[in-house]
Design a protein around this ligand. Sequence first.
Ligand code: AMP
Length: 286
Amino acid sequence: MKIIETIAEMRQFVREQRGAGKTIGFVPTMGALHQGHQELFHKAGERCDIVVASIFVNPMQFGVNEDLAAYPRDSEGDARKAAAVGVAALFLPRVEEMYPTGYATQVDVLGITDLLCGKSRPGHFRGVATVVTKLFNIVQPDVAFFGQKDAQQVLVLKRMAADLNMALEIEVVPIVREADGLALSSRNAYLNAKERQAALSLSRSLALAKQEFAAGRRSVQELKQLILEELSKETLAVIDYVEVYSYPDLAKTETVAGQAIVALAVRFGATRLIDNLILGGTEGCY
Ligand code: AMP
């Protein structure tokens, strides 16, 4: 596996691969790689001739009081894991490489960034859309792979790619969970044993919503109430949001008709976790 730190070298690698007629699958990450990331690499390898992954903890997508400095970083372990699943090139740019002095451009997707994580984390999706645009321009993939774990991110990036006529496809990979239901996340490493236990309330409340939906419950108010009650059994759970919107347009609705997304963001101590479930469809189902 090639480890690449500069944009010029990344472009050169992509030129060579394209010259050899290879299709490129791209998986952007922030590192601290886990089985969720591995699944994206795996899917990319199934679909494309070569897999390029990036690890970049993007300062632009973190708010001032968020965990940028604390975010887990393990380049050596990550390189081992990426190599083991057949990643051909790992792009590890430094912050100054991506945002040199004089950098002044941002990408803003309007509307769907006003709710859920976009509301709780102002500017977050601007940072995501900007860095992903830059990475797409550098890597020029045929297909880019993202996890349903970050459901709103997927919708924002699909909108952006369509609106800006980006010549690539976005493939979404279902949420990878621990055996006990906790969605894998690099941020799970922050949890102490009690918080880790309490964090199971996320997947538990989604499973309850899924069960109630299967039993015929369609009222958004009632589904939200059930989830809130389940979460509030955990004294360590501090709710950021519990929302049910129609999917994929993220419109407010009183009744689930067609597909809907149940989206949760909950704090356990200093750690904010997100999880979600699509009702009424197969995409990313819990
Ligand atoms: P991150 O490194 O957290 O920015 O994540 C990089 C990519 O991996 C994003 O597209 C995430 O949605 C995806 N991802 C993270 N956790 C999971 C998971 N548990 N299951 C599936 N995809 C995931």
